[in-house]
Design a protein around this ligand. Structure first.
Ligand code: HEM
Length: 230
């Protein structure tokens, strides 16, 4: 891929990654969201799905660029894809905290507008025990939080100056945690669906294929090195 194409492709990737957010905003603005039977559930599922999809797309960059020397530049899009995955994960977590949990966002917003900012904390105090209870009892929430914390750590260590400070080897080792985050996302998905529902299977198979590609590549590299060294 010629280097001069990179800015245009980057703009295209930004556009595609922002489409789900624009769809959410448009559905809210047009009132389509309000007409749904359970809009909060829909937003939770929508943002969760896009988080996992973008995480797997991020993981697909490395095997894809190994397919052909001309695809080497694909690495230039990996960081932005990973950051978009983190962005949707944060939106997903916020949906849980400020909508799913029972936090009364409309009341809070009108309270703030009426000059009572304390309502933000009052409402938070009201839902906090439910969230804590969920965290203790529901293992799919625990593994979801674990995945989000990993993504937070990866996003925080993604800038180039952090890479320079950590050194390439340590940085790469830390960033293999993206596989753990994606696997936790899949486990989260399996644990939240009803018994017998196979919806998480395509994402899980895609992750397994990406992991296999990584293992096969490392094995091939080791074998080539051992042949070269006699
Ligand atoms: C990287 C982190 C995460 C990923 C990849 C992820 C992914 C998903 C996916 C794929 C779904 C189902 C979407 C569908 O059915 O189409 C989902 C649902 C859900 N997630 Fe997450 N999630 C993550 C983190 C979290 C966190 C941190 C929380 C809350 C603390 C959370 C709470 C939920 C809830 C409440 C649902 C809906 C459950 C239901 O149907 O009752 N997730 N998530």
């Amino acid at each position: 891929m010629p280097t001069r194409w990179i800015p245009s492709i980057k703009a295209l990737v930004h556009g595609v990654c922002l489409l789900p957010l624009l769809k959410l905003i448009e559905m809210y603005r047009s009132g389509a969201l309000g007409l749904m039977a359970d809009p909060v559930n829909w937003i939770t599922h929508f943002t969760g799905y896009w988080t996992l999809f973008l995480l797997l797309t991020t993981l697909a960059v490395t095997p894809a660029r190994r397919l052909h020397p001309r695809l080497g530049n694909l690495v230039r899009f990996r960081r932005m894809l990973g950051l978009y995955a983190f962005f949707y994960a944060t939106l997903h977590l916020s949906t849980y905290l400020f909508l799913f949990s029972g936090y009364d966002l409309p009341t809070v917003l009108s309270g703030v507008r009426a000059g009572h900012p304390g309502v933000v904390v009052d409402e938070w105090k009201a839902v906090w025990p439910t969230i804590l209870d969920d965290l203790k009892k529901r293992r799919f929430i625990q593994v979801g939080i674990f995945a989000w914390v990993l993504l937070l750590a990866l996003a925080a260590t993604s800038p180039a100056f952090v890479l320079r400070w950590m050194g390439g080897k340590a940085w790469r080792r830390v960033h293999t945690l993206v596989y753990v985050a994606a696997a936790s996302g899949c486990v989260h998905y399996w644990w939240l669906v009803k018994k017998g529902v196979r919806a998480p299977l395509p994402m899980t198979l895609a992750l397994a294929a990406l992991l296999l590609a990584r293992v096969a590549w490392s094995a091939r590299k080791r074998w080539r090195n051992s042949v070269a060294n006699g």
